[in-house]
Ligand binder design. Structure first.
Ligand code: ATP
Length: 895
């Protein structure tokens, strides 16, 4: 018998589980041991060895190895071994960088791995979906992805979208009854839910019947290759640039070799020098360093509670010019407390802190607590707020209470508890027969319930302006009265009064229906209601948001609040947070519905608050901003937010309240649901990009210097200023460590005081190209001057002049690296801020001394010891490029 045919009792028996308690941890562990993790097998990964060898696939490295072979055959053993050693060290370094990049990308994926809610030993807990086993009881609700194949045992308006398996994009309604037919297609198995499918509505509980490769999803393996492109726009541009750079470097190298040979140099020497130069000058390691810099930045973001799910987002973050953010929970704390109530013209206040169910009620503005028993309408409103409710309040420690569920519902529970109501005893008194879950588009939730006398009622709670539209009558002075236009006005002024105090408002209504009526849908339930009253709750702003909004403004980034709340509530909070100023406008959902995207484009620049919006409005807002040329970050948490999150340049999902669907659509997940985290991520994104610019600038200028010194020397018919092994050493040491340390640099103080970068900006924008060429030229020139001076002073001793040239080149680069830290000049920043760089430079200098002064290495590196007097000249020349240009910068500034 198959699971869909079985009765619940039989399933429990077959799977050896208990639906009321679930499995025990021990049992679950044993089952994992036996059947393995709930994972789908992935394709083959590149082995470490293969990755290591792939470092030597590079064409020029192969040519170099060939050349070395030749020099070995010609008897130049020292050169051959030394060059091979350097190539291997270089390969190891590349290997290490790539491994590290790969590892951190993997860690990222694990961080955003899905979680499920499972019943273990009678407690609902969250575990990684990977740890599910057959027999586990799991629960899920709208927005969740199902973690394994399950047979449903409880469902509440449950609808699941199964397109991943069936191709059918319309959600299927699910039931729990056993089915009689034996052979059914996946689409017809109404009492089953499958791994990877998505809950679009309602909630359910199911027992896991298959995991991992045994699931329906596991059987169609080819669907799984949905790996996203992890390559960023900058990396793509670098790949293209790489091709140009390789060509240019090769052409120049060929030129060096040809000119050298024409000027009478030995062909073999020139060939080896040329190949070494090509290896050094081609920035083959650039893409890997970029990945490392990106992933290091991503790690820093994780520490600040932002998880990047798609690497390209790191770059896009730096370009963000608009952040559209949800209000509730992101800008506010989502810790709701009912403070004001209204019914039939009377008002009450209630005190108490947080979710602690202790507080007293006061009438109007008086300070004498009232006897709640005398206030029938208030009682009824509080009681209905408790019954039409999905949340529960738990005491985790003494006097420390938390909500399990929606904080808005938690607040209603606490208010009712303050009046003496108890959820468990109400549940005994009233039987809930049907439920229509809350959704942000309808802005209401309803239940159908029976009391102990068999009478049936619909109870609805929701946004007051919506509920008023669905009500025919109202409770006024304990009597039901027709909701006339006059009374409507009164209600609306009560709503506005609560909202103007920045309170989130909920209205409660009900109607009696005949005991036998079965309500078909929410439309039928939510009409002809009797309005009882309003509850207003505070949701204090997060303290750090005001400052974050201000910083965004300074950074040229506009903050837009989007909320389902009432316009007046939204305005009040937006003002507190500095989002709404005199020149800004507020648009509401109605106005938005009546506008086309084009019409919205015309006004959207002035709007900073969108209120009473539905999730589908978000897409329109994103598009309008994008059409105006903005790079948009958009937050969201629900299923209906997914299209907007996907369309936004940076989709942001909430880590705590976000559904799986929203997270999967997003590029960035906020672990703490906090708006300020978006600002931190943007700052980090800008910083990472700047750091990448820094080391591109450093590496390319260094390479230009290396090529030019050789080219100049050949054109002037001079001997070789650097021998091949020296060139390779410079490539490994001077270009290696300091470049990596630049990737770890701190942001320049003003990154958040500049306007956002244009996403169209090229790599060499903002003067970078000129900096590379001018610095590179000067580095080449001073190295040549040093060589010529040394060579003229001692023409017999070429190795002496070469050692001087080598030291000048190394020092010039190591001084220049500090210049690269700033867009302005070397004096703009304290060099000791980045101690990684200081240590990288110190180690490079020490390694240079070792190569020059350690006798066994001298024959290998063709160096000779040089004296203090030489060092003075070397240092003066090496410092010239950087200080000359810094001086000219200061002079220009003074003008
Ligand atoms: P955002 O997170 O975008 O700021 P929001 O939380 O303010 O959105 P929704 O959750 O869509 O917006 O709520 C919109 C309105 O629906 C609220 O102002 C409230 O009146 C009502 N509402 C919210 N939660 C519930 C609920 N659980 N049951 C009934 N009504 C609700």
């Amino acid at each position: 018998m198959k699971f869909h045919e079985m009765k619940e009792k039989d399933i429990e028996k077959v799977l050896n589980t208990d639906f009321s308690k679930g499995l025990t941890e021990k049992d679950a562990k044993a089952r994992i041991k036996q059947h393995g993790f709930n994972e789908l097998e992935e394709g083959e990964k590149q082995s470490a060895l293969l990755l290591f060898f792939s470092q030597f696939k590079d064409f020029m490295v192969l040519v170099l190895l060939g050349a070395v072979l030749i020099s070995g055959i010609l008897g130049e053993y020292i050169d051959a071994v030394a060059i091979i050693a350097i190539v291997i060290i270089n390969g190891l370094l590349g290997f290490y960088q790539e491994r590290r990049a790969e590892k951190s990308l993997q860690a990222l994926q694990e961080l955003s791995a899905p979680q499920v809610t499972v019943l273990r030993s009678g407690e609902w807990i969250k575990i990684p979906s990977k740890e599910l086993v057959a027999g586990d009881v799991i629960k899920f609700s709208s927005g969740d992805r199902i973690g394994a194949d399950v047979r449903l045992i409880h469902s509440n308006s449950l609808e699941i979208e199964e397109s991943a398996l069936t191709g059918e994009s319309l959600p299927v309604a699910k039931t729990t009854e056993s089915l009689e037919e034996k052979e059914l297609g996946i689409g017809d198995l109404e009492n089953m839910a499958f791994m990877g499918t998505m809950v679009t509505r309602g909630s359910g509980i199911g027992v896991v019947v298959a995991t991992g490769m045994k699931t329906a999803m596991g059987q169609i393996a080819d669907l799984l290759q949905n790996a996203q492109s992890m390559i960023t726009p900058l990396q793509r541009k670098l790949q293209q640039l790489g091709k140009i750079l390789i060509t240019v470097a090769l052409l120049l190298t060929v030129l060096v070799v040809v000119v050298g040979v024409i000027q009478g140099h030995d062909v073999y020497t020139m060939f080896l020098a040329g190949v070494s130069l090509a290896v050094a000058a081609i920035p083959e390691g650039l893409p890997a360093i970029v990945t490392v810099a990106l992933s290091l930045g991503v790690q820093r973001m994780i520490k600040k509670n932002a998880i990047v799910r798609k690497l390209p987002a790191v770059e896009t973050l730096g370009c963000a010019s608009v952040i559209c953010s949800d209000k509730t929970g992101t800008m506010t704390q989502n810790k709701m407390t009912v403070t004001n109530l209204w019914s039939g013209g009377s008002t009450w206040k209630v005190d108490g802190v947080g979710y602690q169910p202790k507080g007293r009620f006061y009438r109007g503005d008086t300070d004498n607590p009232i006897d709640i028993k005398k206030e029938k309408a208030l009682q009824q409103m509080l009681m209905f707020g408790m019954i039409c409710n999905h949340a529960s309040i738990k005491e985790i420690e003494e006097s420390e209470f938390v909500v399990d569920g929606d904080p808005t519902e938690g607040a209603l529970l606490v208010a009712a508890m303050k009046a003496g109501y108890n959820q468990a005893s109400l549940a005994k008194q009233f039987e809930i027969v049907q439920e229509f879950p809350f959704d942000s588009a309808r802005k209401m939730m309803s239940i159908v319930m029976k009391d102990s006398n068999g009478r049936q009622f619909v109870v609805t709670k929701g946004a007051p302006d919506v509920l008023v539209g669905r009500s025919e009558s109202i409770l006024w002075d304990g009597k039901r009265q027709l909701l006339s236009n006059n009374l409507k006005k009164e209600v609306h002024s009560a709503i506005d009064e609560l909202a103007s105090q920045a309170l989130r408002t909920i209205a409660i209504g009900f109607k009696e229906i005949s005991a036998t009526t079965i309500i078909l849908d929410e439309k039928e339930a939510e009409k002809g209601l009797t309005l009882i009253g309003l509850q207003g709750m505070i949701d204090p702003p997060r303290p750090e948001v005001r400052q974050a909004v201000k910083e965004c403004k300074e950074a040229g980034i506009k903050t837009v609040m989007i909320t389902g709340d009432h316009v007046i509530t939204a305005k009040a909070i937006a003002k507190q947070l500095g989002i709404l100023s005199k020149n800004n406008k507020v648009l509401d959902g109605n106005a938005l519905s009546n506008m086309s995207v084009e019409e919205l484009e015309d006004v959207v620049e002035d709007v900073t608050v969108f209120a009473r919006v539905s999730p589908e409005h978000k897409l329109k807002i994103v598009k309008a901003f994008q059409n105006n040329g903005h790079v948009v970050a958009m937050t969201g948490d629900g299923v209906n937010d997914a299209p907007a999150i996907k369309t936004a340049d940076i989709g942001v999902a909430m880590g705590i309240t976000g559904t799986d669907v929203a997270k999967e659509a997003s590029a960035l997940v906020l672990v703490d649901d906090n708006f300020a985290t978006i600002k931190d991520a943007i700052k980090e994104g800008r910083n990472i990009y700047e750091n990448i610019r820094k080391f591109i600038r450093y590496l390319l200028a260094s390479n230009v210097g290396e090529i030019l010194v050789m080219l100049f020397a050949m054109l002037l018919a001079l001997p070789l200023p650097l021998v091949p092994i020296q060139i390779l050493w410079v490539n490994l040491v001077t270009d290696g460590l300091p470049a990596m340390a630049l990737g770890l640099d701190q942001p320049e103080g003003d990154v958040m005081r500049r306007n956002p970068r244009s996403p169209k900006e090229g790599i060499f924008a903002r003067g970078l190209g000129w900096k590379v060429v001018s610095r590179g030229f000067l580095i080449g020139l001073v190295t040549l001057i040093a060589f010529v001076i040394a060579h003229n002073s001692n023409p017999e001793h070429l190795e002496y002049a070469q050692t001087v040239a080598f030291s000048t080149l190394v020092l010039a680069q190591l001084i220049h690296v500090f210049d690269c830290r700033s867009e302005r000049s070397i004096f703009a920043r304290n060099p000791f801020e980045n101690m990684y760089l200081v240590w990288a430079v110190i180690s490079s200098v020490l390694l240079m001394f070792i190569v020059i002064y350690y006798p066994p290495l001298q024959p290998i590196f063709h160096t000779v010891p040089i004296i203090a007097k030489d060092w003075i000249m070397i240092f003066a020349l090496a410092a010239t490029p950087t200080f000359l240009l810094a001086g000219s910068f200061l002079a220009r500034k003074r003008k």
